[in-house]
Design a protein around this ligand. Structure first.
Ligand code: IPM
Ligand code: MG
Length: 369
C-alpha cells in the first residue's frame, strides 16, 4: 500500500511560520515510525498569486483532490487587498472548499483551563468549555444564485441568495449527528425558521435525520437566540449544526469565548472516498496576521492542533491526536506562552520556535507515560 499523502499549503503571512513547527511535529511522528506519511507541498493564496497569477492553480487543486488530507496555514496580506475580487487570496481558499465539496466545517471551541482568564466572559462560564460547531460550508448565501450588483431603474441593488437543497442539509446534519454520537450526544440545530423558508426546510430535514439517531438529544434554536445563549451559558451546548453564514458568525463568537484565537483548529470534510477517507482540509481558525508576520512570534498551536485533527479524521490515529493535543495542553499548563497569550507584564513570551520546542519535548515525554 502506498503511504497516505498530506498536502501542505502554508499560504501567506504567519501561515509560513506556524507550518514550520507543524513540519517538525510531523517529522517527529515519522521518526518514531508512528505515521507513515508522504508530505508534499505547494502554494496557495497570495504566494500562489505571486508565482502563477492566481490564488489557486489547477495543478494545486488537482494535488489537493488526490491528497489524503490538505493542511493549510493561512492566506491574505495587505499587498493583495487592491486585487480584483476573483484574484484575492481568500478566493483560493473558497475555491478549495467548493471544488473539493468540503461541506462540513468542524470548528471546535475548547477552553483550556490554563487560559480561562483570557475570555472576556467570567471564568466560571467558560472554564472546561468544549463545544463543536459544524458549519455547512459549500452552499447557502455564500454560493446561491442569483448574486451580484445589478441596476434596477435608477439605482443599484446588491443581491445574494440563501438556498439549500434537502440533500445539502441532510448530509451536513448526518455528519453532525455522527460526531455528536462520539461526544456528549447532544445536538442543537440553529437557523431562522421564523423568517426564512430555507430555515423551515433546514429544521424539517434535521428533525427527519434525527429520527435515525435516537441516542442523540436534538434541539432547535433560532440563530439569534443561539448567539445569545452562547454568550449566556455556552456550556449548555455540545455540538451545534448550522448553515454557512450563521456558522461563520457563530463560530467567531464561540472562538472568542475561549479567548484565544491562536489555539483554535478546524477541519473541513467532504464525502467519503473509495479508500474510506473523507476529502479533507485542515486549517487554523486564525488568519495570516500580516501585522505580526515575519517576526517569529506567532502561536503555532492552532496549526499543530489542526494537524491533530488530520490524524484523527483522515489517518485513523485518534490516540496520536489525543497525545498531540495533550502535549499542547501541557505546554500551556506549564505557563509557556506566545505573545498572543502572555499576560503578566513581567512574562517574557516565547517565540514560535520555542513554542514548537515545548510541544515537541512534551510529545517526547509522552513516550514514557
Ligand atoms: C472563515 C472566514 C472566511 C469565510 C473568509 C476568509 C472567506 O471568515 O473561514 O470563517 O467567511 O468563510
Ligand atoms: Mg469567518
Amino acid at each position: 500500500m502506498p503511504s497516505p499523502t498530506l498536502l501542505i499549503l502554508p499560504g501567506d503571512g504567519i501561515g509560513l511560520e506556524v507550518m514550520t513547527e507543524v513540519r517538525r511535529v510531523i517529522s517527529w511522528f515519522q521518526s518514531e515510525h508512528i505515521i507513515d506519511l508522504e508530505v508534499i507541498e505547494d502554494l496557495v493564496g497570495g504566494a500562489a498569486y505571486d508565482v502563477h497569477g492566481t490564488p489557486l492553480s489547477d495543478e494545486t487543486l488537482e494535488k489537493a483532490r488526490l491528497a489524503d488530507a490538505v493542511l493549510l496555514g493561512a492566506v491574505g496580506g495587505e499587498k493583495y487587498e487592491k486585487l480584483d475580487f476573483s484574484l484575492r487570496p481568500e478566493r483560493g481558499l473558497l475555491k478549495l472548499r467548493k471544488e473539493l465539496d468540503l461541506f462540513a466545517n468542524l470548528r471546535p471551541a475548547q477552553c483550556f483551563d490554563s487560559l480561562a482568564d483570557f475570555s472576556s466572559l467570567k471564568k466560571e462560564v467558560v472554564s472546561g468549555l468544549d463545544i463543536l460547531i459544524v458549519r455547512e460550508l459549500t452552499s447557502g448565501v455564500y454560493f446561491g444564485e442569483p448574486r451580484g450588483i445589478f441596476t434596477e431603474g435608477n439605482e443599484r441593488v446588491g443581491i445574494n441568495t440563501q438556498r439549500y437543497t434537502e440533500s445539502e442539509i441532510e448530509r451536513v446534519a448526518r455528519t453532525a449527528f455522527d460526531l455528536a454520537m462520539h461526544r456528549a450526544c447532544r445536538l442543537c440545530s440553529m437557523e431562522k425558521a421564523n423568517v426564512m423558508e430555507s430555515g423551515v426546510l433546514w429544521r424539517e430535514v434535521v428533525t427527519r435525520v434525527g429520527a435515525e439517531y435516537p441516542s442523540v438529544a436534538l434541539s432547535h434554536m433560532y440563530a439569534d437566540a443561539g448567539a445569545m445563549q452562547l454568550t449566556r451559558d455556552p456550556k449548555q451546548f455540545d455540538v451545534i449544526v448550522t448553515d454557512n453564514l450563521f456558522g461563520d458568525i457563530l463560530s467567531d463568537l464561540a472562538a472568542m469565548l475561549t479567548g484565544s484565537l491562536g489555539m483554535l483548529p478546524s477541519a473541513s470534510l467532504g464525502a467519503l472516498r473509495k479508500n474510506g477517507r473523507p476529502q479533507a482540509l485542515y486549517e487554523p481558525v486564525h488568519g495570516s496576521a500580516p501585522d505580526i508576520a515575519n517576526r517569529g512570534i506567532a502561536n503555532p498551536s492552532a496549526c499543530i492542533l489542526s494537524f491533530a485533527m488530520a490524524l484523527r479524521y483522515s489517518f485513523d490515529l485518534g490516540t496520536e491526536a489525543d497525545r498531540l493535543e495533550s502535549a499542547v495542553e501541557s505546554a500551556l499548563a506549564d505557563g509557556i506562552r506566545t505573545a498572543d497569550l502572555a499576560q503578566a507584564d513581567d512574562q517574557v513570551p516565547v517565540s514560535t520556535t520555542e513554542m514548537g520546542d515545548a510541544i515537541l519535548s512534551r510529545l517526547e515525554n509522552s513516550k514514557r507515560d
